[in-house]
Design a protein around this ligand. Structure first.
Ligand SMILES: C/C(=C\C[C@@]12O[C@]1(C)C(=O)c1ccccc1C2=O)CCC[C@H](C)CCC[C@H](C)CCCC(C)C
Length: 172
């Protein structure tokens, strides 16, 4: 039988797509963090993704929405430990997606789907800020939005697969 599924009920492509998306997400997040820190230390710093006045990633990363989604500073100090760069949240997020995605736990699969919905909501919010407030085009940002949407799809497929397998085992 070639159902295209692994023993745990998850589609075979799922693992590789997940690893690919998480590694890309991690690279982009680490790069964004590097650009942000470089720019904060040196206002003249020019990043690879700074192509023009309105196509500038470092302008976006160092804006007030570049830390804690611009929301943490509404209830905490601006330079509080809680107000981390978005890219740090991204690094935590993709590491969790990569790590927990290797388990066969349905609880972990549930958590991954929920976290993915939060990241998609975050992506829509950041995209709106990017276009409506900053009027900037940031390629690193847009790439992470695409990755987050694809990761949600992957997580939904994983959860459905694990659930289906669990059901079959119960009725056996
Ligand atoms: C590089 C990256 C996003 C790019 C960017 O955020 C950057 C850097 C930024 O400065 C910015 C400024 C103004 C407008 C847009 C932007 C962005 O576009 C990674 C986030 C990925 C994703 C949006 C993280 C979501 C994590 C959730 C909070 C989920 C948490 C779930 C927990 C249970 C762990």
């Amino acid at each position: 039988m070639s159902s295209g599924k692994s023993a745990d009920g998850v589609p075979k492509w799922e693992r590789w797509v997940r690893v690919l998306l998480c590694v890309l997400g991690l690279i982009l997040s680490v790069y964004a963090l590097h650009v942000e820190l470089s720019r904060e230390n040196d206002p003249h710093y020019r990043a690879m993704c700074d192509l023009a006045e309105s196509v500038s990633c470092s302008k976006v990363f160092t804006s007030r929405w570049g830390r804690g989604f611009g929301l943490v500073q509404l209830f905490a100090e601006k330079d509080s430990l809680l107000n981390q760069p978005n890219s740090v949240l991204g690094i935590i997020f993709y590491t969790l997606q990569l790590g927990l995605g290797q388990t066969v736990s349905t609880t972990a699969a549930h958590f991954l789907v929920m976290a993915s919905w939060v990241s998609v909501a975050g992506s829509i919010y950041l995209a709106a800020i990017l276009v409506l407030v900053l009027g900037d085009f940031c390629m690193v940002c847009v790439s992470t939005y695409i990755i987050n949407f694809a990761l949600l799809y992957t997580n939904l497929k994983r959860r459905t697969g694990l659930r289906g397998k669990q059901k079959k085992e119960k009725t056996r």
